[in-house]
Ligand binder design. Structure first.
Ligand code: G3P
Ligand code: MG
Length: 238
């Protein structure tokens, strides 16, 4: 069971920052999930929203700023007690993560802005670092996943969903993807059993901060994606 830290250790630290990633590993996470966009000058950057206002002291669209402009921003503005964090590039994350025995779940944020060429850029960097076996690509934009599979069918992909799909195991199988990444509320015992029967990995993500994870662990998922990797450790006894 992979204990994925959602946007790093989001429950306690500024999301999607190096601090949140380091703290997640210290807390016992065995995986890290984060979100990727493209800057104006085509750099892969790690941030959740399309816009800068919520998590940084900047404003406007991520995709309308150059990397230099993004690097000037404070990505920990909501955590005045933390040292200033900068928006990371995917390359900076790989430089950090490459030596750890962890699984990285890269979520392509292509539902609202379908950044042209983002899949190729992510794929090229994965290859450069030789991280093919330690990555799961996910997206709410399933077209993005298909494009990724066309680049390399061996990279594992997860179908992200927040709605209750009809027979999601069939949907995921028909798309040719290896994982289903549903919102916790939508997961029933039947969904978990059918995913297992069809050899589809089940990584359940949680849209709320605080949760009793035990009912989901009983379904034997391949992973949980939560804001609190420390609490998941307590539940699984690690
Ligand atoms: O990948 C799981 C989860 O991160 C999806 O939602 O909005 O937190 O990126 P969001
Ligand atoms: Mg995400």
């Amino acid at each position: 069971m992979i204990n994925f830290a959602h946007r790093g250790f989001k429950g306690k630290y500024p999301e999607n920052t190096m601090l949140a990633f380091k703290k997640a590993l210290e807390a016992g996470a065995s995986g890290i999930e984060f979100d990727v966009h493209l800057s104006k000058d085509g750099q892969l950057v790690i941030i959740h929203d399309e816009t800068l206002e919520r998590t940084t002291d900047g404003s406007g669209l991520v995709g309308e700023k150059t990397l230099d402009q993004l690097k000037d921003l404070n990505a920990s503005k909501n955590y005045p007690d933390c040292e200033i964090q900068r928006i990371l590039t995917l390359r900076e994350y790989f430089d950090f993560a490459k030596d750890y025995d962890i699984i990285t779940n890269i979520e392509l944020k292509t539902s609202i802005i379908d950044y042209p060429g983002i899949e190729e850029k992510v794929y090229e960097l994965i290859k450069e670092y030789g991280l093919e076996e330690k990555i799961i690509i996910s997206s709410f934009n399933h077209n993005s996943l298909i494009r990724f599979k066309e680049l390399d069918d061996n990279i594992k992909c997860g179908v992200l969903e927040s709605s209750r799909l009809y027979e999601p195991w069939n949907y995921v199988k028909n798309l040719g993807m290896e994982y289903y990444h549903p919102l916790n509320f939508t997961v029933t015992k039947e969904v978990a059993e059918k995913c297992a029967e069809n050899n589809i990995g089940l990584n359940i993500w949680f849209g709320v901060s605080d949760y009793d994870y035990s009912q989901y662990l009983e379904m034997n998922p391949t992973g949980l994606i939560t804001d609190y990797p420390d609490r998941v450790c307590e539940f699984i006894g690690k």
